[in-house]
Write a protein that binds this ligand. Structure first.
Ligand SMILES: *Cc1c(COP(=O)(O)O)cnc(C)c1O
Length: 451
């Protein structure tokens, strides 16, 4: 036993033969890995009664596997074969090529982020996205922040601290991840004034509440659920009219912030930013990475006088967007301005695919794999938008021995594939898959060893 322990090479000796590891992983980490590997070998000899000390090469190899594990990124690319377009757990919106280019350029180099090239003086980071939003939506002013949750918090903090905000009970929503409208209101210091009932609110409810001094009327979109049956809610334009008559501005938290009509794709109509503005809403907030199909951001558009106040609030600095996200939001918005959203923005393209187009791909997959069946199914938009809505699609349905084990195997693949099961079959929806070849490679391999 003692001989065996003494047979273990020294760290110095190992280092002399670890040039490759030193180069790839750096000295401190390599030292850590070698020490750990030696410790493990010692423990095996001492406690498990292993008689031979490991070979020089096997020590280096096991140090290398420690190093590989320590330096592997935990955030990896996955293939989304679920058919859920805005899959919150899978990072919401994949970006357009020109959005990625704009974000890369902003990251790689210096930019005129806060520098006025004309005057050579300090500029504002806000103007870059603002001018596209003005052109696209005809709004007076705009502000891009970290995400829509922070947009709502900022708007309420800047415009309604210690003041009354009127909102229907049916809109006191929870978006997910614990974001609840009443909590956000409390955090902002606004005084929540609930009106109506869970299912009904009338214009008279608004008028009654507006009789007292009020800072804002708020609307929060029911992004992720529906109220059906015995319900009533005045049109937005009517609410705006009543609020303006009382001299009170209206804020609309649209959530998803569609710029195109989703009804065009056979889905329910998701309220658009343009409609809110047309209805006379003073401030509209929406997400950058939901139906808009851009990077994470919160976009606030509307009346200049109000947005100026919002820009000046201390929280505006705390939740400001970074340069890559500003570059990305601007590039994504540009697709709408150039009327090329369907062609260029992945999430819009995925929505616009007809069932027939998806079927052609599912059939090609089946041929590529020589197995499975092409079956009718449904894709959803997800991401807390268009609840209960789905669009007809075609999936490749694989009958495998143990569907759950097969799903696990797909998750372990490189890249991991995320799919779903139904009636003991594994379903793969081409609608949300961006790289068919990569998917087929993974599937072939997984099917080969899953018999
Ligand atoms: C999604 C959503 C939010 C939060 O937006 P994030 O960009 O995820 O922060 C806020 N309000 C509504 C109505 C939403 O649907």
């Amino acid at each position: 036993m003692m001989t065996s322990l003494r047979d273990l090479p020294s760290i110095e000796k190992l280092l002399q033969h670890a040039d490759d590891l030193l180069e790839r992983f750096g000295r401190p980490l390599t030292l850590d890995a070698l020490r750990l590997t030696l410790d493990e070998a010692r423990a095996r000899i001492k406690h498990d009664g292993e008689s031979a000390s490991p070979s020089f090469d096997s020590i280096l190899a096991s140090a290398e596997s420690h190093l590989a594990a320590w330096t592997r990124s935990s955030l990896v690319q996955v293939i989304n074969a679920t058919g859920v377009i805005l899959h919150t757990n899978l990072g919401r919106a994949p970006l357009s090529e020109s959005t990625i280019r704009a974000m890369t350029a902003a990251a790689r180099d210096y930019s005129n982020l806060e520098f006025d090239l004309e005057t050579g003086k300090r500029g504002s980071r806000l103007i870059h996205a603002e001018s596209v939003l003005q052109k696209l939506l005809g709004v007076e002013s705009a502000l891009v922040v970290n995400n829509n949750a922070s947009a709502v918090l900022l708007v309420l903090s800047a415009l309604a601290n210690k003041k009354r905000v009127v909102i229907p009970r049916s809109q006191l929503v929870e978006i997910g991840g614990g974001f609840r409208v009443p909590d956000v209101m409390k955090q902002s210091g606004a005084k929540l004034v609930e009106i109506g009932t869970t299912n009904k609110v009338r214009i008279s409810d608004f008028k009654e509440a507006l009789a007292e001094p009020t800072a804002l009327v708020m609307r929060a979109h029911r992004s992720n659920f529906k109220i059906v049956g015995f319900t009533e809610e005045p049109e937005l334009a009517k609410i705006v009219e009543a609020a303006h008559k009382a001299g009170v501005p209206v804020v609309d938290d649209l959530g998803s912030g569609a710029l195109v009509d989703t009804a065009k794709y056979g889905l329910a109509h998701e309220p658009t930013v343009q409609e809110s503005i047309a209805a006379g809403v003073d401030i509209v907030c929406f997400s950058g990475d939901k139906l808009l199909g851009g990077p994470q951001a919160g976009i606030i558009v509307g009346k200049k006088e109000l947005i100026d106040r919002i820009k000046k609030h201390p929280l505006a600095r705390a939740v400001r967007a970074d340069k890559t996200s500003l570059a990305g939001v601007t590039a994504t918005l540009m697709h709408y301005l150039k009327d090329e959203a369907e062609r260029e923005i992945p999430v819009v393209r995925m929505m616009s695919l007809t069932a027939r187009q998806v079927k052609v791909r599912a059939e090609a997959w089946r041929e590529g794999l020589s197995q499975g069946e092409v079956a009718e199914s449904e894709s959803t938009v997800g991401g807390g938008s268009l609840p209960e809505e789905s669009m007809p699609t075609f999936v490749l349905s694989l009958r495998v021995k143990s569907p759950d084990k097969f799903l696990a195997k797909l998750r372990e693949a490189n890249p991991p594939v995320i799919a779903r099961t139904e009636n003991d079959c594994v379903l793969l929806d081409p609608r949300t898959v961006l790289d068919d070849d990569a998917l087929l490679r993974v599937l072939k391999e997984a099917l080969r060893d899953h018999r």
